[in-house]
Design a protein around this ligand. Structure first.
Ligand code: ZN
Length: 241
């Protein structure tokens, strides 16, 4: 499943997480989504060009495209930075999820095909295995794919595009963040899956609503306690340090 690519791209290209050969845009995008480039980190064109072995032109173009999509920001005399993480953005993302995901999950309960159920079940298994060995990166990727796949099962392309984009933006808040409660979210995913499988649309929406509330509370607590690796207010630092 292609979870980390922009919805504009062909649907059957492998996830950029696994692709060694990729353009500057895709490489930077992946590093931002997975938190390798932290929020607030300064992006130096010369350094990036050298790191990827390319000229400055594709780097400049990639940064412009990333800025247009809200992944990086730039200011005169301050340069270009990875967009900072914030509690207010976290809340905005969950507010929008709360509006569209419960009903989208209900649609998925009506419209899902066997292939969706098989893929959802496989993701749940992969997520549980990752939690057991504290592999937060895999756990975060699986969560992102799980919710995107539900949107795909709902058979509404626009809903998929919106939810997938929200998931990618949220991924930055989840990668490598150490929650003790990750296993609880895994149980909730199982309950959502069962409701979709059994075509209980009302339950699917209700469980999703509770799951989103719970997940937002955990993410916000994790940010406030500083228990995650999130660099909320970190000063800008050179690329790669
Ligand atoms: Zn979830």
């Amino acid at each position: 499943m292609a979870a980390l690519q922009s919805p504009d791209e062909a649907a059957d290209v492998a996830s950029p997480l696994d692709v060694p050969q990729e353009g500057v845009y895709e490489a930077l995008f992946r590093e931002i989504v997975t938190g390798k480039l932290a929020g607030g980190e300064r992006l130096m064109i010369d350094d990036i060009a050298e790191r990827f072995g390319v000229s400055k032109i594709p780097v400049r173009e990639a940064l412009k495209a990333l800025e247009a999509k809200g992944w990086v920001e730039s200011a005169p005399r301050r340069g270009t930075y990875v967009r900072a993480l914030s509690l207010s953005e976290l809340h905005e993302l969950f507010e929008l999820r709360m509006i569209i995901e419960p009903e989208t999950t209900a649609l998925a309960a009506h419209r899902r095909r066997t292939v969706h159920l098989q893929q959802l079940a496989a993701l749940i298994e992969e997520g549980e295995a990752a939690i057991k060995i504290n592999d937060f990166v895999t756990s975060s990727r699986v969560n992102l794919e799980f919710h995107s796949l539900i949107a795909e099962a709902a058979g509404n392309r626009l809903a998929y595009d919106v939810i997938h984009d929200l998931e990618l933006r949220l991924a930055r808040y989840f990668f490598e963040s150490e929650w003790n409660e990750r296993s609880e979210t895994a149980h909730e995913h199982l309950a959502i899956y069962e409701a979709i499988r059994d075509q209980r649309a009302g339950d699917a929406a209700t469980i999703t609503r509770n799951h989103l509330r719970h997940t937002e509370a955990m993410a916000a607590r994790s940010m406030k306690d500083g228990k995650s690796n999130l660099k909320i207010n970190s000063p800008a630092r050179p690329l790669g340090k």
